[in-house]
Design a protein around this ligand. Structure first.
Ligand SMILES: [Zn+2]
Length: 269
């Protein structure tokens, strides 16, 4: 007999938690309209997303930086899009895919970080760079609300800073950010690597030759950034990703277990 007391207990606890802390329907509908409508999710997908986002808000603190104030609307906008990534891969609503970190910090606007960069002869220079989001290691996810708010595509159509930063978290679940999150058993490592590296090289060539790039050129920064950028494209503009990098689209479809192209171009539910 298939009897897992711990699993059953966890499921029971989650349903209790959901009863007590489901995101209120008026707030959820507002966020749905502002931030989720363009993803064209079905009623069933939206209901599941609301459950995941409610549990996300129980587990993670979303706090403000620099005297800014974060309200529940902002929290739900962030939680719902973060959870869109794991909608089909977190089958038991465990949020295990977002393990190992606890906090999201929201800045009102883009923020500066100091990066140390060694030059050719090994001297380390400090560089101040302006960011709309950051997510490294076991630390918090940092977001700029100006860049993350609904309808604001700071790097053009197809961009989404929330999806970008949480994709980094998935990537880092199995160690360093290298553009390869933990793959499912039915996926092949070689297929993933081939699809990603061919397309990454292609983007890199376009950037080096100062050509117009097919997708956001920021993806040419590193394989980790490439994964985060193609994740944004996969959810926001799958037609374009499929057109230019069909193998990448296919691998992301296997990884996220969502067919965003079909959802975006098919009949409305
Ligand atoms: Zn990034």
């Amino acid at each position: 007999m298939n009897f897992h007391p711990i699993r059953r207990f966890r499921r029971w606890r989650r349903s209790r938690q959901l009863c007590q802390s489901r995101i209120p329907i008026e707030l959820w509908e507002r966020v749905e309209q502002d931030a989720l409508e363009h993803f064209r999710l079905s009623h069933h997908e939206l209901a599941r997303l609301r459950e995941l986002a409610s549990l996300f808000l129980l587990k993670k603190a979303i706090s403000a930086a620099e005297g800014f104030e974060v309200d529940d609307y902002m929290r739900v906008v962030i939680a719902s899009q973060a959870c869109l990534l794991i909608l089909e891969i977190d089958q038991d609503l465990s949020l295990d895919w977002f393990d190992g970190w606890h906090e999201v910090i929201v800045y009102p606007d883009s923020f500066f970080v100091v990066q140390q960069q060694p030059d050719e002869i090994g001297l380390v220079h400090e560089q101040r760079i302006l960011l709309g989001g950051e997510a490294w290691g076991t630390g918090p996810v940092i977001l700029s609300w100006k860049d993350a708010q609904p309808g604001h595509h700071v790097h053009g159509k197809g961009s989404n800073v929330i999806l970008h930063e949480f994709a980094h978290k998935l990537d880092m679940l199995n160690g360093v950010a290298n553009g390869m999150p933990p793959l499912h058993r039915d996926m092949k490592r070689e297929d993933w690597t081939r699809a990603m590296s061919e397309s990454y090289e292609d983007l890199l060539h376009q950037v080096e030759r100062h050509h117009r790039t097919r997708i956001d050129p920021y993806g040419a920064e590193s394989p980790a950034e490439f994964f985060a950028v193609v994740t944004e494209e996969f959810f926001e503009w799958p037609e374009r990703l499929y057109h230019y990098y069909p193998k990448v689209y296919h691998q992301l479809k296997l990884f996220y277990r969502q067919d965003t192209l079909k959802r975006m171009t098919g009949p409305h539910h």
